[in-house]
Ligand binder design. Structure first.
Ligand code: AMP
Ligand code: ZN
Ligand code: FE
Ligand code: FE
Length: 277
C-alpha cells in the first residue's frame, strides 16, 4: 500500500468546515499516512492537543500554511511547509495579513451595505477567532437568503469581477517565500493550474520557490504531469494535495490528490512534540 500524504487542507481556523481534530479523523478514515493543514494565513490549527491527537492516530503532521500573496497585481497562493511553527518571521506575517484582511472585510461589507444588503461586520466575524475571508461572507449571504449558493455569492458580489470586490493588500509573493525560508521551511507554488498563462507560472518560479504543487484536487493526470515536467526542468520539488475545505466541495475531496511518501521532500521539522509549538 502506498503511503499517501495530502498536503493541502483547510479547517475551521480559516474557511474549512471541519475542526482540526475532525480533520485528523477524516484523514484516518481515508487511510492517509500524513497531512499538512494549510489554512489561509494562519497556523492556529497546530495546537499541542492537535499534535498529541495526530500522534495517537498515527497521522504524520507536517507544518503548513497557505499565504495569500500578490505578484504584479495577481493573487498568488504560497504554500509553506515544514517550517518552525513558532518562528517570528511567519508569526509577524500572520499579524500583518490579519490586519489587511480586517481592513478589506470592512470595505467589502460597506460595499454590500451600499448595494442595500443588510449585513454587519459583527455578524461576519461572530464565532471566528482566526482568519475571516470572503467564503465566510458568502455563507452569511446564503443564511440570509440573499443568494442560494457560494457560487452565486461570488458571481454576484464577491469575485474579482463582481461589484463588491475589494482586493486584499497581501504580502508580495517574494516576501512570502522569503519568510517561509526564514522560518526554515519550504515554499511551494500552490495550484498553478489556475493561472491565466503558463508564462506567468514560469515567471513566478524566479521568486525563490522550492517546489510546485503538481497534484491538485481532481485535475486529470495529464494536466498535473505538465507541472511535474516543469518542476523537473527547474530542478524543483513536487507536492500534492486536495485543497479540502469540507464535504460540499466535490472537486476537493480529502485525499483525492496527494504525494506519495517516496516522492515527499525530506521533512526536517516533523510536528511531533509540544516543543515545536
Ligand atoms: P479570500 O482569501 O478571502 O480572498 O477568499 C478566497 C477563497 O474563497 C478561496 O480560497 C476559495 O476557497 C473561495 N473562493 C474563491 N472564489 C470562489 C468561487 N467562485 N466560488 C466559491 N468559493 C470561492
Ligand atoms: Zn479557502
Ligand atoms: Fe489556494
Ligand atoms: Fe487552499
Amino acid at each position: 500500500m502506498t503511503d499517501k500524504y495530502d498536503l493541502h487542507t483547510h479547517t475551521t481556523c480559516s474557511d474549512g468546515q471541519l475542526e482540526p481534530q475532525e480533520l485528523i479523523d477524516a484523514a484516518k478514515k481515508e487511510r492517509l499516512k500524513g497531512l499538512s493543514i494549510t489554512d489561509h494565513d494562519t497556523m492556529a490549527a497546530y495546537t499541542p492537543s492537535l499534535v498529541q491527537y495526530a500522534l495517537q492516530q498515527d497521522i504524520d503532521l507536517i507544518s503548513g500554511i497557505e499565504i495569500s500573496s500578490f505578484y504584479e497585481g495577481t493573487s498568488v497562493h504560497v504554500l509553506g511547509y515544514d517550517f518552525l511553527l513558532n518562528a517570528s518571521p511567519l508569526v509577524e506575517l500572520i499579524t500583518l495579513q490579519r490586519e489587511s484582511r480586517l481592513a478589506r472585510n470592512i470595505q467589502i461589507i460597506e460595499n454590500l451595505q451600499a448595494e442595500g444588503i443588510p449585513i454587519t461586520f459583527t455578524e461576519v466575524s461572530e464565532g471566528h477567532t482566526h482568519v475571516v475571508g470572503r467564503p465566510h461572507i458568502a455563507r452569511l449571504l446564503i443564511e440570509k437568503n440573499i443568494v442560494s449558493s457560494m457560487e452565486e455569492a461570488f458571481e454576484k458580489y464577491l469575485s474579482d469581477q463582481a461589484p463588491c470586490y475589494v482586493p486584499m493588500k497581501g504580502v508580495a509573493t517574494q516576501e512570502a517565500v522569503e519568510r517561509v525560508h526564514a522560518a526554515q521551511g519550504k515554499a511551494f507554488l500552490a495550484h498553478p493550474h489556475f493561472f491565466r498563462s503558463y508564462q506567468f507560472v514560469k515567471d513566478l518560479l524566479h521568486l525563490g520557490f522550492d517546489g510546485i504543487e503538481c497534484y491538485y484536487a481532481k485535475f486529470p493526470r495529464m494536466t498535473n504531469e505538465r507541472y511535474i515536467r516543469l518542476a523537473h526542468r527547474h530542478d524543483l520539488l513536487i507536492s500534492g494535495g486536495s485543497d479540502f475545505h469540507g464535504e460540499n466541495k466535490p472537486f476537493n475531496e480529502l485525499g483525492c490528490a496527494y504525494i506519495e511518501k517516496k516522492d515527499l521532500f525530506s521533512v526536517q521539522h516533523p510536528v511531533k512534540s509540544m516543543r515545536d509549538l
